[in-house]
Design a protein around this ligand. Structure first.
Ligand code: BEZ
Length: 211
């Protein structure tokens, strides 16, 4: 059976552009993003990794470590990094895992042979500090990812991990939140002193509690 939300993210040791990476040790107490791409020296992947390098301060602010992966080797990754830095006007500042034997790809089910044979598709895993998987998204090779969306999801995951709220459609940091169904309406004023609106008995909105 494949991985599911709430499962422990499989641990592994692999070579990367920043040396040997023991995944759980490397994550430490941070949140983590592990994302795969099909291959080095490909155009969409080049833009994705350049974008992640530019967004690194935003991931750092949120205590998120990020690692890329493909089934190419370290030497290939290192050569490609020079191209990424040159063409995307950035400095790659996160590890790219070399998974030539597809060990990690198999653990995380990143190869979808009916879509793309023998190469990793664009998988994304967000991992909480307790090492459980909080989000999985899979994109095809033809579609580059939206890293603003990943930051938005991290904001939601980190908020909802500590407050009894969920985030509605298209929510972004600062917007109103939904009070989770488990909270009784009569208990809301004590838990959410900033106030609330009862649109329906099952739809209660409150200002974002951690601001
Ligand atoms: C790319 O990154 O551009 C790409 C990789 C594999 C297939 C199609 C596009």
């Amino acid at each position: 059976m494949g991985l599911r939300l709430g499962d422990e993210a499989p641990n592994f040791t692999a070579q990367s552009t920043e040396g040997e990476l023991m995944f759980h040790n490397w994550l430490g107490d941070s949140w983590g993003i592990l994302f795969s791409h099909p291959a080095d020296y490909t155009p969409v992947c080049t833009t994705e990794l350049g974008t992640v390098a530019k967004y690194k301060p935003e991931f750092d602010k949120r205590n998120v470590k990020i690692a890329a992966l493909s089934v190419d080797g370290v030497e290939s990754h290192n050569g490609w990094i020079k191209d990424i830095n040159e063409t995307q006007n950035t400095t790659v500042n996160f590890p790219i895992i070399a998974d030539e034997d597809k060990k990690v790809a198999d653990l995380y089910d990143m190869i979808h042979p009916n879509a793309l044979s023998n190469l990793t598709v664009r998988s994304v895993f967000i991992i909480a500090p307790d090492k459980t998987i909080k989000l999985m998204i899979t994109y095809p090779a033809s579609t580059g990812r939206n890293f603003d969306e990943l930051l938005r999801v991290i904001d939601s995951l980190q908020l909802t991990a500590y407050h009894k709220v969920a985030t509605p459609a298209n929510w972004k940091n600062g917007d109103e939140c939904v009070v989770v169904p488990g909270v009784k309406t009569e208990d809301i004023p004590e838990i959410f002193p900033k106030g609330f609106k009862e649109v329906k008995p099952y739809l209660r909105l409150t200002p974002q509690p951690n601001l």
